[in-house]
Design a protein around this ligand. Structure first.
Ligand code: GLC
Length: 422
């Protein structure tokens, strides 16, 4: 008897297994992806997911998530807690790799090294404990959109400090209202109590020299005079240069007002550019983009990745969709048609990409001065940190606290969240 020789029965079972798995991969399956729902996101995401489906013979289904990233995260956490296979491919905010790491597949074994072509800082952000939990899809940073025609009409330069933006917005709003534009506003942005307000408020605080709430070493730094001053200034905008409704605005509400021609300045992400420049846009050709005001000017870093749920029934096929959606070909099309910033440095040298988005050539300075949300320092507790920060900012802006009170209380709250360590 030769003990190492596989028995016939074993061989038969092994052959059946191999055959079975070949048949399984050849079989068409349905992959659920979370596309959109805001802006042109859903349109581009679905178009490319369907192109992948046509190419591979699989089908895709959209699992439409809520618009607010805060609500998206809550939904994912619910589904992940239940180990639900309902979503295969998930959109992951830059701020989440550390929060969702345990529920996402490591894409490294399936990526064939393609991550080396993306911005190393984004790959580092998406790599948790050596596992690549998301492939970069697009990157972004906060920008100041302004009406070129109106600044010229009223003889004002693009503001470089938040105080100057406040003054110009007030002057132009008054003058435009006198000219008959009764609903004209100086400035629109995102001040609903959600992740977007964290991004906006971080830009005001950082742009006043008030730091980034929690620093890279995990120290709570938000209780300082500049941070309080920044929040007080933002509170002074409400009902004066910004509509009261801004307290409930996400990105798309702000864009709606600006695109209708009813605001001088807007804080938003790059995606707004392509929509503002559409043929039917009332402000087409009248908009300029600049870095946000501030000393130093600070733009919050944002962006999205695609990951595969650990509970997916078809992880390898889902990963194939992720690789397709994040490929140079798709990123180029999204950049040209939707002004989504690529995560592949090579595309910033692409003539067609730059022709469609002149501002992208000048974004280097914006990215160089960007501020990251304190996600690395606070890890799994980041969602609580962010929630406490946006609630504090919202309280000040709705007149329920002064900036000084809010940052003092916020420091206390963050200490409770941190306890001994993050
Ligand atoms: C954008 C950014 C994202 C951020 C969100 C806030 O989608 O890409 O990083 O969290 O806006 O609303």
């Amino acid at each position: 008897m030769r003990p190492n020789r596989p028995s016939l029965r074993w061989l038969a079972r092994w052959t059946a297994l191999c055959l079975g798995s070949t048949l399984a991969t050849a079989q068409a399956v349905e992959i659920a992806i979370t596309c959109g729902p805001s802006g042109s996101d859903v349109e581009f995401c679905l178009k490319h997911a369907q192109a992948w489906a046509a190419k591979t013979g699989h089908t895709v289904k959209n699992f439409s998530p809520p618009t607010s990233p805060t609500e998206k995260l809550a939904l994912y956490r619910q589904l992940f807690a239940a180990r639900s296979p309902d979503i295969d491919v998930v959109q992951i905010d830059t701020a989440w790799p550390g929060v969702l790491k345990d529920h996402l597949l490591d894409l490294k074994p399936l990526s064939r090294g393609i991550e080396a072509q993306h911005f190393p800082a984004i790959i580092a952000n998406n790599t948790v404990g050596g596992r690549l939990v998301g492939m970069p899809w697009y990157t972004d940073a906060g920008l100041l959109y302004y009406r070129k025609d109106l600044l010229a009409r009223h003889g004002r330069p693009v503001p470089t400090t938040w105080a100057e933006l406040t003054e110009t917005a007030r002057l132009v709003q008054e003058a435009e209202r006198r000219r008959g534009a009764a609903n004209f506003h100086g400035f629109v942005f995102q001040a609903k109590a959600y992740e977007g307000l964290t991004c906006n408020a971080l830009e005001w605080v950082s742009g006043h020299g008030g730091g980034s709430v929690v620093d890279a070493a995990g120290q709570i730094t938000v209780n300082n005079a500049q941070a309080a001053q920044a929040l007080n200034l933002a509170a002074s905008w409400i009902g004066k240069i910004a509509p009261i409704g801004v307290l409930n605005y996400e990105e798309e509400e702000a864009r709606g007002v600006f695109q209708n021609g009813q605001a001088l300045f807007m804080r938003n992400w790059p995606y707004a550019w392509a929509l503002l420049e559409k043929d039917d846009s009332p402000v087409k050709g009248k908009v300029g983009i600049a870095k946000l005001p501030g000393q130093p000017s600070a733009a919050t870093l944002g962006g999205w990745q695609l990951g595969v749920s650990r509970y997916s029934r078809h992880p390898e096929i889902a990963a194939d969709l992720v690789m397709y959606m994040t490929s140079a070909q798709v990123q180029k099309a999204r950049a040209i048609g939707g002004s989504f910033n690529p995560t592949l440095p090579a595309l910033y040298q692409d003539r067609e990409v730059i022709a469609a988005n002149a501002f992208m050539a000048n974004l280097q300075e914006v990215f160089a001065n960007s501020v990251a949300r304190p996600t690395s320092a606070t890890g799994l507790k980041y969602p609580q940190v962010s929630q406490s920060f946006y609630n504090a900012a919202h309280e000040v802006m709705s007149g329920r606290a002064t900036g000084e009170e809010a940052v003092r209380r916020l420091e206390k709250r963050l200490r409770q969240i941190r306890r001994k360590h993050w």
